[in-house]
Design a protein around this ligand. Structure first.
Ligand code: T46
Length: 131
């Protein structure tokens, strides 16, 4: 798996005087069937999250409010994304190391996931990912 498969997906958004509405449609905007949704919030200023890869899991990360940075690494190349829009999602394919950091105090990160939670899907050592 290559980091080049990880990309920003734009969600359709209607901005009006009465507010903004964005939507995400299964087969149109998400390249997998959604089996789980979770969200991360209240991350202290200098904390980070992630620091692992997944064997099979595909995910889309959305900064529903606030902002954070995420560094992706496929063992050969790395890339940093700044997520700060509820209208955009970052698709992450399997076998990508990720570290999320620089969370703003108002940040909530919503994650769409292709599988239910399985502890054995996690790769905890970067050297195992390289192998
Ligand atoms: C990822 C990053 C960005 C569950 O019981 N069910 C769940 O669906 C999830 C996601 C977590 N948990 C439990 C497992 C841990 O005891 O919640 C606790 C905290 O999870 P974790 O340490 O995995 O949190 P992060 O932020 O390091 O990682 C999570 C996701 O696990 C992971 O897939 O990519 O967010």
């Amino acid at each position: 798996m290559s980091i080049s498969l990880c990309k920003i997906i734009n969600f359709p958004t209607f901005k009006e005087n009465r507010g903004s509405l964005s939507f995400i449609e299964g087969s149109n905007h998400v390249p997998f069937d959604i089996k789980r949704i979770y969200y991360i919030s209240e991350v202290p200023k200098f904390s980070d999250r992630g620091n692992h890869a997944h064997k099979k899991l595909k995910q889309i990360f959305i900064a529903i409010s606030g902002a954070f940075d995420i560094k992706l690494d496929d063992g050969n190349f790395s890339k940093v994304f700044h997520l700060n829009s509820k209208n955009k999602g970052l698709y992450i394919c399997p076998m990508i190391w990720r570290r999320m950091y620089n969370f703003s105090s108002d940040c909530t990160c919503l994650v769409l996931a292709s599988e239910k939670y399985h502890e054995d899907d996690y790769i905890w050592n970067y050297s195992d990912l390289k192998k």
